[in-house]
Write a protein that binds this ligand. Sequence first.
Ligand code: ZN
Length: 211
Amino acid sequence: MGQEISQIKIAGDYARWTGIQQMPSLDYVCWHCNTEISSNEGYRLALPHSMYTSTDSSYPDMLKAGIYLCHRCGYPTFLLDGKQIPGVPFGSSFEHVPDMVNDVYNEARDCYSVNAFTAVVLLCRKILMHIAVEQNADPDRSFKYYVDYLEDHHLITVTSQDWVDRIRKVGNEANHQLIQNTQEEAKYILTFTSMLLTTTYEYPAMEKELN
Ligand SMILES: [Zn+2]
């Protein structure tokens, strides 16, 4: 059954947006359903009229602004000046990762979407250490020890040594020093964590389902 753009599904029923306006079309990725869409419906931020009606084809998209509705899930996103709120959580979502781990992982993805990159690194460190201890590593050791442990016990499937070295470095830095992490560092460790969750929890559970 299809869904109209003006609706959001809540508890099995539909809530309707009212007074929807036609907007200048904008492309973005919906934070809620993670779909790349081009929407032209929502609620306009009243910029000067001349901006909306300009026929200049080089008119910058960044001046188009407002609350846009996703035509797949109906959820709103505020777009202004090339900024998007809420942003898109980075990385894949999982079905079979235990709740306790999955909740922290999703918190890290949310942090990424609001540019809280140091928080992403700290949360991913916790997850990686938790997984290592779950796989019988000693508790209360350094982050480097845990990455070494995961690697020595063949729990890391990445083939690139550079990659593992980099994670070791990024995670270790944030331990006791007050250093802000960059977007690139956050992206590295979040991608790495996602791969580890896939091989540790997701694939084994999917394999069980198939048997
Ligand atoms: Zn959506």
